[in-house]
Design a binder for this molecule. Sequence first.
Ligand SMILES: [Zn+2]
Length: 258
Amino acid sequence: MTDVLVVGAHPDDLELHFGGIAAKAAADGLVVVGLDLTKGERATRGTAEIRAREAEASAKCLGLAERVQAGLPDTGVSHLDAAQVKRVVEIVRRVRPRWVLAPHPEDAHPDHREGGRLLERALYFAHVGGHPAEGGRHRAHGLLFDWPDAGTRAGGFAPQFTTSGLVVDISAHFEAKRRALECYGSQFGPGKGAEPSGAQTRLNRPTFLASVEARARRWGELVGVDYGEALVFAGAVAYTEPLTGLFGAHGLGQGANA
Ligand SMILES: [Zn+2]
């Protein structure tokens, strides 16, 4: 059984979206598994082999128990492709996650959008007994999406003041997120493991990692902590524990009151 399955469309996406949450969850003693939907083989920089090595190094920084590669086609992720759905249902049935974190279905990158929709579909079919995927039925507790901001959302509209969601305080784990991202020398410019193809992309500008930090600081600022990562629920979620966990001194919202 896995507590949290963190999903990215390409190697390095799960770090960008959920690196702090993954590191915090692992440090809190939860079993965290990563899932990369594609090998990123169509990227401007880096090969699938280089990116696989980088992803393994990053998994150690975050404390992932396992990192799974789905092998779906880069630039061709599709939630309507039955073979892709079957592949992800099989992974879900094997990993058996309690919670799943996935890219938002309105993300600007088509593979990210489709990745969110693919997980939504696969999680539903994972508990449909007649689905042809291998493995026993499994029902996850819930699905959460990355909360895209103006820089990452299709259309460029920032929904942070019109959508309700959850900002996780990752202040103590931002350093782990930064170290994990630095494992991707082929993507984020000069550094350990750099792949000097010379191609310029949005990611290897010297300011890109600074903009990742700025985003985490902005989410943190919204709720009164130093660094945050933001999530939105994909649907209604049951809460059955004592309400001290929500409304008590150590429940929701304590960052803003600290
Ligand atoms: Zn991506």
